[in-house]
Write a protein that binds this ligand. Structure first.
Ligand SMILES: Cc1cc2nc3c(=O)[nH]c(=O)nc-3n(C[C@H](O)[C@H](O)[C@H](O)COP(=O)(O)O)c2cc1C
Length: 343
């Protein structure tokens, strides 16, 4: 994302400070236990189709390299793990690549992930700033399956010299989606997407929504800490929790990625039961990669896979499709949100 302004290093901050808000509201969802699952655990299938591509697991390694200058090694390593696990891979912001074509090597991962889904990444502010021809020229050699466009108005008001001109955004996105030539997924990055925004995104032809809900990494906290401001701000936990945002957007029937505080296989299962198609994980992947490299990330994803299968077993879900239809109960604030928003 846009971290070019001065300040402390965002990567040092995410690795060493508490930047997660733990408010996904997935704790206010219970999946209903099934004492006679009638399935053989060995026959459980976690594969799914997302935007026309086969995935072995309904998962994505979400963008984690915004703010990392030399991102070639991490992009290639994580893309390799994504290929091995059969999950989607999200590149970090390609802003620098649009501004300088020499930066292409940082984002070129297709040889490491020839089969699986690789999604590019740009901000709304960059697609406003650059011509469609320049963006096309930069991204075409990467053979991407789609492009995520991130929205981050909350960060921009906290960030040093943030760009707060979000006027004309929908028209810009509309023109971009119609002309870029690959599927566009529009994503928030920690503050969630509401039903009206989801409706508008479907109308202009977005091919998917990443809810990027509140509850995981908070870029409003990160941007505050980058300014060395240690005092909690009213925007530290601003936004729509991930669970609520899934409920907000699902009526549009666009493919939905649930990101923001997804940490366990149970989180993945709950998000899918609520209406997500796949889930994205960012910060834990970066932390494990920094400590234990590719092997650590693989083991972490193996654990999520096992947990997901166990939850599928206990809800009698043989497939991801079954999991989508499993019964759940909503409590507390999430239930209140659902009622008041008419979801
Ligand atoms: C270090 C770091 C860098 C990130 N860089 C980007 C980025 O370049 N583009 C983007 O769209 N999102 C970026 N994100 C946001 C994540 O993709 C994700 O939406 C968000 O962190 C919520 O997921 P989490 O709670 O699992 O971390 C970044 C997140 C982290 C932690």
């Amino acid at each position: 994302m846009a971290q070019q302004s001065t300040g402390l290093d965002p990567i040092e901050i995410v690795l060493n400070e508490k930047v997660e808000t733990d408010e996904t509201w997935l704790d206010q969802v219970d999946l209903v236990h099934n004492a006679i699952p009638e399935i053989n655990y060995q026959h459980i299938r976690t594969s799914t189709n997302f935007l026309g591509k086969h995935l072995d697991l309904p998962l994505m390694i979400s963008a984690v390299t915004g703010g990392i200058r030399n991102s070639q090694a991490i992009h290639q390593d994580l893309a390799e793990v994504a290929e091995k696990k059969g999950i989607a891979y999200g590149l970090g912001s390609q802003r620098t690549m649009i501004e300088s074509v020499e930066d292409k090597h940082n984002f070129d991962v297709r040889h490491k992930a020839p089969k699986t889904m690789v999604l590019g990444n740009l901000g709304l502010l960059q697609i406003k700033k650059h011509t469609i021809e320049d963006i096309k020229k930069a991204i075409e050699p990467l053979k991407l399956d789609g492009l995520c466009i991130h929205l981050n108005p909350a960060h921009e008001i906290i960030r040093n010299k943030g760009n707060t001109d979000f006027s004309d955004s929908l028209r810009t996105l509309d023109g971009f989606i119609k002309r870029i030539g690959i599927p566009v997924i529009v994503k928030e990055v920690g503050n969630g997407i509401n039903k009206d925004v989801a409706y508008k995104l479907r109308k202009i032809g977005a091919k998917g929504i990443d809810v990027g809900g509140k509850g995981g990494t908070s870029w409003t906290i990160i941007n505050r800490l980058m300014k060395n401001d240690k005092k909690a701000s009213i925007f530290d936990s601003w936004g729509i929790p991930t669970a609520a945002s899934i409920l907000e957007v699902k009526k549009e029937k666009l493919p939905v990625i649930a990101t923001g505080g997804i940490r366990t296989g149970l989180d993945v299962a709950k998000a899918i039961a609520l209406g997500a198609d796949i889930c994205g994980i960012a910060l834990p992947i970066l932390k494990i990669y920094k400590r234990r490299g590719k092997t650590g990330v693989e083991e972490y994803l193996d654990r999520i896979e096992e947990e997901l299968k166990q939850v599928m077993f206990l809800t009698g879900s043989r497939s991801i499709n079954d999991l989508r239809n499993t019964d759940y109960i909503l409590y507390g604030k999430l239930r209140e949100w659902q009622i008041q928003r008419g979801l």
